[in-house]
Design a protein around this ligand. Structure first.
Ligand code: CA2
Length: 149
């Protein structure tokens, strides 16, 4: 059983309440429940954290090491495009992670095309709505089961 930390950045607490044409109609709680189900079915455990504050996400990443987290799925939201602090925290803990986005950031404004996290991630999944998290988990399971068969 591996522990997978699922981090959600600023404004993702609003999912399902606004801009459904971009971000879908599922709430964050709906998405988290689906993630829990998928993880349980594979014998893993998901832990969830959402924050609108950059430093709280940095703290969650730092604490992940002591909490024996083996994998991180992160939708850093707007902080993806701005945060050297999140990059440094992910780099410092050295836990494998996938960057995940609901929307296709490459079909949107140019400022969303750059990520401070992508090049140190295992990979990036973007544009599949809530299914992006499922796809990220499939890759996470493969990574975990490959390193600990
Ligand atoms: O597509 C994604 O998942 C994003 O990470 C979402 C971020 C955006 O800044 C990134 O470029 C791409 C924005 C999250 C805002 O979430 C909302 C949810 C519902 C209503 C309004 C905003």
């Amino acid at each position: 059983m591996s522990k997978i930390l699922v981090l959600q950045g600023p404004n993702l607490n609003l999912l399902g309440t606004r801009e459904p044409s971009i971000y879908g109609s599922q709430t964050l709680a709906d998405i988290q429940a689906d993630i829990d189900k998928l993880c349980r079915a594979r014998g893993h455990k998901a832990l969830h954290f959402q924050s609108n504050a950059e430093h709280e996400l940095v703290n969650a990443i730092q604490n992940a090491k002591q909490d024996n987290i083996e994998f991180i799925v992160i939708n850093a939201a707007a902080l993806t495009h701005t945060s050297v602090a999140l990059r440094d925290a992910l780099s410092a803990v050295g836990i494998a992670f996938i960057e995940c986005h609901l929307s296709n950031v490459y079909s949107r404004e140019a400022f969303r095309h750059h990520s401070y996290l992508a090049d140190i991630a295992i990979g990036v999944i973007s544009g599949f709505g809530a299914q992006s998290y499922e796809l990220a988990l499939i890759a996470a399971f493969a990574h975990l089961e490959q390193s600990d068969p």
